[in-house]
Design a protein around this ligand. Structure first.
Ligand SMILES: Cc1cc2nc3c(=O)[nH]c(=O)nc-3n(C[C@H](O)[C@H](O)[C@H](O)COP(=O)(O)OP(=O)(O)OC[C@H]3O[C@@H](n4cnc5c(N)ncnc54)[C@H](O)[C@@H]3O)c2cc1C
Length: 398
């Protein structure tokens, strides 16, 4: 077993850990390592998302999501350009299903304007000019939205930081941490390492990693929400502009949208169904430990109380093609469940605390450690800005 000594160890080589590693490797000559339990990157959220570059339409102006998303959008575009990673700025349409959604659409429009985005209302004629099968009567267009491939972004972070001298340890699951007077000792499944500072970016496992690193119970519990996508024929939609519904303001998810991926493929999704296994991507799988955490989580009982059992039923509709058909046809009539040609899914790491889903990003310090405890969408877009926030927290510890 190795016994290497580092200044900083980052747990989790997803896009957040990767962005922090990349920035630190450029800005400092500290000795840094990144450890990950998987044998290669992109196995979890970063490799399984919609690939949309968001601009912060939905988030209150002073929230961490809003600040990091707008800043992250600009930093990401520079990074994509500098590193010749394919992307397109397409803009996006937020489309209403009917009049009952007009007031929420107007609230989102005002919010987008207040954070400085270029938005304009579209009527049914302008909407049909995007694609003849769009049936929404009213919506608004946001200029600052694009598409890319976040797996390529993460691979670039890893390659660049490696060439700047960082060490990556894949197939190394964190097993135990002991905080000493000078150093923190870490045992992974393969190595023994020492470090001055620890950064937890373990995504779906961040609450469990918090428990291991601090010896305390994490203030948040992760609820895994699976997002399923159905692939449809590329030529069934005429442009690259993503179409989003008006989301339910009480849920931190954006609704089933129509998205062209950067490779040209076309997907509808993701829905948000409860996953009884944080990493259960194949079919309906159940992990007993994860299931116990879910069924004893007060946040779900509060959701059920607020919105009746219909909401809970929606949360249990795994792989339900009819559900997709009903929701997508509200704005795009060309979708039929018979046209589906593929399936994929991702699982969102959504934190809950005291019986509520946390809507904002959450970053916390504990002694010589920084923990990223809630980084769901738009965290891929925001990764470089989140990296700045985390690095700033490290300076604060100093
Ligand atoms: C369905 C879906 C759609 C999304 N769409 C978008 C979008 O269009 N635009 C956008 O901006 N964002 C989107 N997101 C959000 C975005 O993908 C995530 O916010 C982002 O990828 C989170 O990155 P991460 O590094 O925190 O987590 P991850 O990518 O999940 O990485 C965490 C890493 O930690 C490692 N790890 C976990 N436990 C341990 C352990 N015990 N020891 C060592 N390593 C460990 C894992 O192996 C993993 O590699 C979407 C997410 C999902 C799921």
């Amino acid at each position: 077993m190795n016994k290497k000594v580092y200044d900083i160890i980052i747990i989790g080589a997803g896009i957040i850990g990767g962005a922090i590693a990349y920035k630190l490797s450029k800005e400092s000559d500290l000795k840094i390592a990144v450890i990950d339990k998987e044998s290669e990157p992109n196995k979890h959220q970063t490799g399984r998302n919609s690939g949309v570059i968001h601009s912060g339409v939905y988030y209150p102006k002073d929230s961490l999501k809003s600040k990091n998303c707008i800043n992250g959008y600009n930093q990401l575009l520079d990074f994509l350009n500098e590193n010749e990673i394919p992307f397109k700025i397409t803009g996006k349409l937020i489309a209403t299903a009917d009049e009952t959604e007009y007031s929420e659409m107007e609230r989102l429009y005002d919010n987008a304007k207040s954070v400085g985005l270029n938005v304009s209302y579209f009527d049914d004629k302008q909407i049909r000019e995007i694609d003849k099968n769009l049936v929404s009567k009213k919506g608004f267009f946001v200029e600052e939205t694009g598409i890319t491939d976040y797996t390529q972004v993460l691979n670039a972070f890893i390659d660049l930081s490696r060439s700047n001298g960082l060490d990556y340890y894949f197939s190394n699951e964190i097993k135990s941490v002991s905080i000493g007077k000078v150093d923190t000792s870490i045992k992974t499944s393969e190595n023994k390492l020492k470090t001055k500072y620890l950064i937890n970016c373990a995504g779906l496992q961040c609450d469990r990693v918090y428990n291991i690193c601090t010896g305390n119970k994490s203030p948040v519990t992760i609820i895994p929400f699976k997002g399923e996508y159905f692939k449809v024929p590329e030529n069934s939609y005429s442009t690259d502009i993503p179409i989003y519904p008006v989301p339910n303001p009480n849920f931190p998810f954006l609704g089933v949208h129509l998205t062209r991926m950067i490779d040209g493929s076309l997907k509808v999704g993701p829905n948000a169904v409860l996953s009884f296994d944080r990493e259960g991507y194949k079919g309906f799988s159940v992990d007993l430990n994860d299931t116990f955490k879910i069924i004893t989580n007060k946040a779900l009982y509060n959701i059920a109380k607020m919105y009746s059992s219909t909401v809970i039923k929606e949360l249990l509709k795994h792989s339900n093609k009819k559900y997709f058909e009903k929701n997508v046809r509200k704005y795009w009539s060309n979708f039929s469940k018979e046209d589906i040609i593929g399936y994929s899914c991702g699982i969102r790491s959504q934190a809950s605390e005291n019986g509520n889903l946390i809507s904002d990003f959450r970053i916390e310090n504990f002694e010589n450690q920084v923990h990223v405890l809630n980084a769901p969408s738009p965290a891929a877009t925001s990764c470089l800005a989140i990296a700045d926030t985390v690095i700033n927290e490290l300076k604060f510890i100093n």
